[in-house]
Design a protein around this ligand. Structure first.
Ligand code: ADP
Ligand code: MG
Length: 386
């Protein structure tokens, strides 16, 4: 048993005075490329990381739900009858939102038994590594098992998204949950967010002597408010003005026309999404044809597009990316929704210490908070542990 598994088991037993039915876990994710393309029905290419949220869960004999987390002293209690998005708030909206959303996908909440759950996590929160999808996916696979729902992992991804959209109120796409549920060791999840078809693509970082460094700037973001929703609205406005259902329907060839029809800001938002979709496809093709050492320029171009066209970077992210490249990373970009969070730097194994030291020194010199820098590996998606 890992330390985290043991902590979760002890946490469950001390709060609820009994043994759980089992332990389940789900990973955070990092997006290799394809940012703000998911809700535009485009392409994304994330992978599940080797940092997980672990939960212990057991059914009750009655219809009460009790959720507890290493986050909070008190357990939150609710009856299945009271399980509506309007009644949910705070951190418990993630696990309770999933229970509610399962009802929207066929679970008969009018008859099912309540449960107790304890949650702990090693996914950093608000770093753009999707601690939210990790908690949703872990709860989704656990309830799918104990409630015997037989939903597949693709459907559970939609359950998690619905919970996040309706119970938490964050208008996010389906990428995070898909990565957390469908991820595989040493591979990325290439996802078409329109058809929801996905393909597991080997990354081959290890064999090529590459490491993926996460540089968590510690600048916090919130998806439920502000810039994320504004960007989403710009994309909808751009698609509407151009007469398409979503920006997925546009290609690079359509950009000259878009430049004529749209105002400058909306045009740049649209150009980011259109070119980013192309970069995702190019990344998958390049990985297949040439291997991971050839994708650096695509990561770099993605960052430039987010900084200049989509305007979701912050000085800390720009500094992390520029410094990592100068110190030897073969490609780097901010990752996640933006306005803070983390950057990634694809770095030759031997240069990891040099890149880490250079970024630390650069942040120090600029007076920025000390970043958290660590390597992640592509890991398996959500499932039962014990
Ligand atoms: P991100 O997904 O990038 O980490 P979000 O703002 O989407 O950031 O989700 C973070 C929120 O998810 C936290 O504020 C908290 O409400 C919830 N959360 C994440 N991990 C846990 C946990 N271990 N226990 C309870 N709540 C958690
Ligand atoms: Mg999140």
């Amino acid at each position: 048993m890992t330390d985290l598994q043991r902590d979760v088991l002890t946490g469950f037993e001390s709060r609820f005075n009994r043994r759980p039915a089992g332990l389940w876990s789900a990973p955070g994710r990092v997006n290799l490329i394809g940012e703000h393309t998911d809700y535009n029905e485009g392409f994304v290419f994330p992978f599940a990381i080797d940092r997980r949220t672990v939960i212990a869960l057991g059914l009750r004999d009655d219809r009460l739900i009790r959720v507890a987390s290493s986050f909070a002293e008190e357990a939150i209690e609710l009856c299945l009858e009271e399980l509506f998005p309007e009644n949910l708030s705070g951190w418990s909206a993630y696990p309770l939102g999933v229970a509610w959303a399962l009802g929207q996908f066929g679970a008969n909440l009018g008859e099912l038994k309540g449960f107790e759950v304890f949650i702990d996590s090693e996914v950093p929160i608000g770093a753009g590594l999707s601690s939210s999808a990790a908690i949703e996916s872990a709860v989704a696979v656990a309830l799918n098992d104990v409630w015997r729902l037989n939903l597949d992992h693709r459907t559970l991804a939609r359950v998690g998204q619905l919970a996040e959209n309706r119970a938490v109120g964050a208008p996010t796409g389906i990428m995070d949950q898909s990565a957390s549920l469908l991820g595989r060791a040493d591979a990325g999840v290439f996802l078409d967010c329109r058809s929801l078809e996905s393909e597991v693509i080997p990354l081959g970082f290890d064999a090529a002597g590459l490491e993926l460094l996460i540089i968590d700037t510690k600048v916090s973001h919130s998806h439920a408010t502000g810039g994320y929703a504004a960007r989403r609205a710009s994309c909808e406005a751009g698609a509407g003005a151009l007469g398409v259902d979503s920006l997925r329907d546009l290609d690079i060839d359509d950009l000259p026309r878009a430049a004529e029809v749209l105002g400058d800001e909306t045009f740049r938002r649209v150009r980011h999404v259109v070119t980013e979709n192309r970069r995702v496809l190019d990344t998958v093709r390049t990985l297949r044809e040439q291997g991971p050492t050839a994708i650096g320029a695509l990561l770099d171009a993605s960052h430039t597009s987010m900084r200049d066209d989509f305007e979701i970077s912050v000085p800390e992210l720009d500094l992390a990316v520029e410094t990592a490249r100068l110190a030897g990373a073969i490609g780097a970009r901010m990752t996640g929704g933006g306005f803070g969070g983390a950057a990634i730097a694809l770095t030759p194994h031997a240069l990891v210490p040099a890149v880490t030291a250079a970024v630390m020194a650069a942040f120090d010199a600029r007076g920025f908070a000390t970043p958290d820098i660590f390597v992640v590996h592509a890991a398996d998606g959500a499932g039962r542990e014990q």
